[in-house]
Design a binder for this molecule. Structure first.
Ligand code: DQA
Length: 149
């Protein structure tokens, strides 16, 4: 398994910092990219942060993660709640024995009714919610831990 980890972010997360800052904070995607890269360096992981609004692109990233044996940290954003295609693709990652940590900046279960269910959680290795950007650090620590195990 590779020490490379992809940190993939779904729709509208390119608007971090301007989108509902009371929910998602004032820091932007570039800051998240810098934070995750620095945390990765501390943990001995080579982190690549990506964002897409396109479900097909995100699914393609999962296929490539399987082919290249790359662990995944995923904030599926709104795809969390309805994308069975992404759920199946995420399942292929964990089925291949690779860690896939689901992260949410907010705590979706404390919000709108439609956010209470995740189609990703049942196939993820683990889920971290409600910890802001720090949740990505916790997810990277979990990946590092699993790689040692
Ligand atoms: C989110 C929560 C989702 O419900 C929402 O659609 C997002 C972001 C989070 O990080 O808290 O876009 O995944």
């Amino acid at each position: 398994m590779s020490r490379k980890v992809i940190v993939v972010n779904g729709p509208n997360l390119g608007r971090l910092g301007v989108r509902e800052p009371d929910v998602y904070g004032h820091q932007d995607l570039e800051t998240l990219r810098r934070d995750c890269t620095a945390w990765g360096e501390e943990l001995g992981l080579e982190v690549e942060v990506r964002q897409t609004d396109d479900e097909a692109e995100m699914i393609g990233w999962m296929h490539r993660a399987v082919d290249e044996q790359t662990p995944v940290v995923m904030n599926p954003a709104a795809f969390t709640h309805y994308s069975y295609g992404l759920s199946d693709a995420a399942h292929m990652v964990t089925d291949a024995g690779l860690p896939l940590m689901e992260v949410h900046i907010s705590n979706p279960s404390a919000r709108d009714a439609f956010r209470k269910y995740s189609v990703i959680s049942p196939v993820a290795t683990g889920t971290i919610t409600g910890m802001g950007f720090y949740g990505y650090r916790l997810a990277l620590e979990a990946v590092a831990h699993l790689l040692e195990a």
